[in-house]
Ligand binder design. Structure first.
Ligand code: ZN
Length: 308
């Protein structure tokens, strides 16, 4: 069976909005060279199950939606490329590594642990194995995301990125909030450094208005994707959104739960409203910048497609 491409891209349907969403952890197509000793059940707990499906109404709201096809347990695109645990490797890595606390907790670029005390691999990995994961999966994913963000930014003068995840309803011993019950949503912008915090606040308030419990920047502050993408002073706003799995699935059987359709409808409405909000802000942003020639007086600052 041919391998799937590392990332699937769903294009906006109808008028585009200045939004790009990505779901980096919802893939479960195992590459041929993925041979963990951890059980499938253990590896499934690392899976942000159905997240790309929950956000599937985003293209109809004018957003581009990217989704990884491969498991995050194979290579995690939400980590820095050099966040590698040297203990995983059978040979020295050819360039300097910078393992972070993610690697220390067993969940760096390449996972050491599927769950606490559950190793991923029987023996250390060869350099060539890890290099292939980076070259054939990690970099194409990152490159595709960067290209889409750049294209939207070039067109609108600003871009809003939602990095879409799900979380266990309770952290385990590998998580920073081990044992704690989690709210329906955690939204984060690394304390206002990856997005204008006003946009993060807007998003959290929208969800709270629909009756959801929301925490901002706790226990998660945002991972490496929002860190890499976000540059609010350049009009690049990147917000991480974590959905509590208990809100939409059975965490034991991994099946969609009775509230799945309602959650998908909520997120569809959120993207539609956020698209309108972002489009209005992009117009202001574009008007405030002189990089583009001024539009003729009879036109709005927005691109023609978004003019009603
Ligand atoms: Zn995730």
């Amino acid at each position: 069976m041919p391998e799937l491409p590392p990332v699937l891209v769903r294009e906006p349907v109808g008028p585009a909005s200045p939004m790009v969403l990505d779901s980096p952890h919802s893939g479960m197509h195992w590459p041929r060279d993925f041979h963990p000793v951890a059980s499938r059940e253990a590896i499934h707990t690392t899976w942000d199950a159905y997240v790309e499906e929950l956000w599937s109404e985003a293209p109809a709201a004018g957003a581009t939606l990217l989704a990884a096809t491969f498991p995050r347990a194979y290579v995690d695109v939400n980590r820095a490329e050099d966040d590698i645990d040297p203990d995983l490797l059978a040979e020295p890595w050819p360039t300097p590594l910078a393992p972070t606390t993610y690697s220390q907790r067993g969940m760096g670029l390449i996972r050491r642990l599927a769950l606490p005390d559950v190793p991923m691999y029987a023996e250390p990995l060869r350099i060539a194995e890890v290099a292939r994961r980076i070259e054939a999966y990690y970099r194409p994913y990152r490159r595709t995301l960067a290209e889409r963000l750049d294209a939207v930014h070039a067109r609108f003068g600003a871009v809003w990125h939602l990095d879409c995840h799900s979380m266990k309803s309770r952290g385990n011993a590998m998580n920073v909030d081990a044992g704690a019950a989690r709210p329906d949503f955690v939204v984060s912008d690394r304390h206002g450094t990856t997005s204008d915090p006003a946009h993060t606040t807007w998003l959290a308030a929208w969800l709270r208005d629909r009756g959801h419990s929301v925490q901002v920047n706790t226990p998660y502050q945002g991972g490496d994707l929002v860190r890499t993408v976000g540059a609010p002073s350049a009009g690049r706003h990147s917000i991480q959104v974590e959905i509590n799995r208990a809100c939409y699935m059975d965490e034991v059987t991994f099946e969609r739960g009775p509230r799945f359709d309602a959650m998908r409808a909520t997120l569809g409405a959120l993207v539609r409203d956020f698209a309108a909000y972002a489009t209005a802000h992009a117009s202001v942003h574009t008007a405030a910048h002189v990089r583009r020639p001024a539009p003729p007086p009879e036109q709005a600052d927005s691109p023609p497609e978004v003019v009603p």
